[in-house]
Design a protein around this ligand. Structure first.
Ligand SMILES: Nc1nc2c(ncn2[C@@H]2O[C@H](COP(=O)(O)OP(=O)(O)OP(=O)(O)O)[C@@H](O)[C@H]2O)c(=O)[nH]1
Length: 197
């Protein structure tokens, strides 16, 4: 497979973070958006940001086409729409609020997808699936659009039918999939960075 496009999912509301746009949170002196860009950009052919705010970015901005904050599937649809417009065959998504995600995410997703009939792969580790980290074939766009129209909101409620391939990542400390949802998660991430230096 050729190097895929990449989209950072930053379309959430951040209610558990006091309704803050999590892309703008500062960790170790950098925004979570910049951290995600720095990790993903070297792994993909081109990058875009799924956002529903006026978040400043030099990259292509992809707002949800569905109103009412239906969750990350809307961001994955926006990513697939962009990939189709770019003439690409697949796109990788990462959420903006997982700052230590693996630097070899994309090659491992690509490897896992080789064994899957439609080339769909999702990241996993010992704790389970991390379904916002996925390699999404553009051919699945109509199916996802129909699923969203019919009210599907949870990523795995949509992907389960395809039996997505899993790209397995080792357990690390701190977890590569540490998710910054609440202020205490951000404090944990800061502590992890401080320990690493
Ligand atoms: N495009 C889009 N992405 C979303 C939406 N809701 C969540 N996300 C993204 O999905 C990922 C996981 O988000 P969550 O932490 O579950 O939701 P959140 O809205 O960011 O935060 P909470 O409001 O605290 O649940 C993040 O990358 C979010 O940016 C949405 O309605 N649209």
């Amino acid at each position: 497979m050729t190097q895929p496009l990449g989209v950072i999912l930053a379309g959430g509301r951040g209610t558990r973070m006091g309704h803050t746009d999590k892309a703008t949170l500062i960790l170790g002196g950098q925004t979570l958006l910049q951290r995600a860009i720095d990790r993903l950009e070297p792994q993909v052919a081109a990058l875009a940001v799924n956002t529903n705010t006026d978040l400043p970015t030099e990259f292509t901005r992809l707002p949800d086409s569905i109103t009412g904050h239906p969750g990350p599937l809307a961001g994955i649809l926006a990513a697939l729409d962009w990939a189709a417009a770019m003439g690409a065959r697949h796109v990788v998504t990462v959420p903006v609020d997982v700052p230590f995600f693996p630097c070899d995410l994309v090659p491992r997703l690509l490897l896992a997808a080789e064994a899957h009939p439609v080339g769909l792969a999702i990241a996993a580790d010992e704790s389970g699936l991390h379904p916002t980290f996925g390699l999404w074939p553009v051919d699945l766009r109509p199916d996802l659009s129909a699923a969203l129209d019919s009210g599907v909101r949870k990523v795995t409620d949509w992907t389960d039918q395809f039996g997505a391939a899993q790209a397995h990542f080792p357990t690390t400390e701190p977890s590569a999939f540490l998710n910054v949802n609440r202020p205490e998660d951000l404090a944990r991430a800061e502590a992890a960075l401080a320990n690493a230096t």
